[in-house]
Write a new protein. Structure first.
Length: 133
């Protein structure tokens, strides 16, 4: 049983690492969002600032632990460029869900889930497509 678990982990290490660090990024994003919201009292501004800080955290974890390609200017430019599209989805989803009466935390998490899936696809196939070092 342990050997099977080890083989599955080795086979799916990248996806497991992405889900783990993606979860940490969401947690980081939500905590920063609520801290900023308590200071500036504006959903969209707090969300946008939290998102940018989360992108920096995600770039570090993705390049170092998930895709294991290290950090470089060209990779960072692609990573950040793809995340510009993601922030539109994140902000737009949050705005829409809040407008239809969804509770703030549920709206924040729902938008984050959509963004995580899209960001994995962007990262795997467009940004870190070279695989592990």
């Amino acid at each position: 049983m342990i050997e099977l678990a080890r083989r599955l982990f080795v086979k799916h290490r990248e996806t497991i690492a992405y889900l783990f660090f993606g979860g940490l990024t969401v947690l980081f994003n939500v905590i920063v969002y609520y801290l900023l919201l308590s200071l500036i009292k504006h959903d969209m501004a707090a969300n946008s600032i939290a998102y940018v800080l989360s992108v920096l955290f995600a770039y570090w974890t993705n390049s170092t632990f998930v895709f294991r390609q290290g950090m470089g200017r060209a990779t960072f430019a692609k990573f950040f460029g793809m995340r510009i599209g993601s922030i539109l989805i994140d902000d737009g989803g949050l705005w829409l869900l809040l407008r239809v009466g969804c509770p703030r935390l549920a709206a924040k998490l729902a938008a984050a889930i959509v963004v995580i899936v899209l960001n994995y696809i962007f990262s795997k196939f467009f940004i870190f497509k070279g695989g592990e070092r």
